[in-house]
Write a protein that binds this ligand. Structure first.
Ligand SMILES: O=C(O)CCC(=O)C(=O)O
Ligand SMILES: [Fe+2]
Length: 209
């Protein structure tokens, strides 16, 4: 009995995504964009966070900005559609997303981009994921957030005055859909508050970045 209970406990600790269905809350946005939020999607998110932090080959990137080369303020990793994902729970996440979103333009999700925000100085500036179909057609980008909560801000490209903000917590899912990548921009702003590390896993359709 004790062994049985112990195995139940370990299984409960194993990272895995919960169901989606009607736990997903959709917010329609201007220009036929939308965001879906599913707080607490992942169980065992602690183990997944630690595993990714330690095993993913995180790399720093440098980019040209006008006449300078600057460090991208976060660490990155990318898994294409034929690359084994760094944890089996992410395969399960992909299957769960693809079952839930099967009728949405942009389906299916195929790749996983990972970002590590080491602290509040790490960030991503305003942008849309417009490489690939995101520039011209409706598409989806699904974000699993792990670790320290950070704000994801969104604003219409044609009106920067009132961004909307969602705090993405440990194990939460946010999906951007419809025209969101071409009519809206999103960002993870820097913060001066003491802020621990956050990992985001972005699932995207083929070719979208
Ligand atoms: O970290 C996030 O939640 C967003 C990352 C992002 O927008 C991107 O990598 O394109
Ligand atoms: Fe993005």
């Amino acid at each position: 009995m004790t062994a049985f209970q112990a195995s139940l406990l370990t299984r409960d600790d194993e990272p895995h995504p919960g169901p989606l269905g009607d736990t997903v809350h959709r917010t329609p946005l201007a220009h036929r964009a939308w965001i879906d939020l599913r707080p607490g999607w992942f169980t065992g998110a602690d183990g997944l966070f630690e595993h990714l932090l330690e095993t993913v080959p995180w790399r720093a990137e440098r980019r040209h900005m006008y006449d300078r080369v600057v460090d991208v303020p976060r660490l990155l990793a990318f898994y294409g559609e034929n690359d084994p994902l760094p944890h089996p729970a992410l395969n399960e996440a992909l299957r769960t997303l693809n079952a839930h979103y099967a009728n949405e333009p942009g389906w299916p999700f195929r790749t996983a981009g990972l970002c590590l925000y080491r602290d509040g100085r790490d960030s991503v500036a305003w942008h849309g994921d417009t490489l690939g179909r995101g520039a011209t057609e409706d598409t989806m980008v699904a974000i699993l957030s792990l670790g320290t909560p950070r704000i994801l801000a969104l604003r219409p490209r044609d009106d920067h005055r009132r961004p909307i903000r969602r705090t993405l917590g440990h194990g939460d899912l946010l999906v951007m859909g419809g025209t969101c990548q071409r009519t809206w921009e999103h960002a993870v702003p820097k913060t001066t508050r003491p802020t621990g590390p956050r990992i985001s896993v972005q699932f995207r359709p083929r070719g979208v970045r």
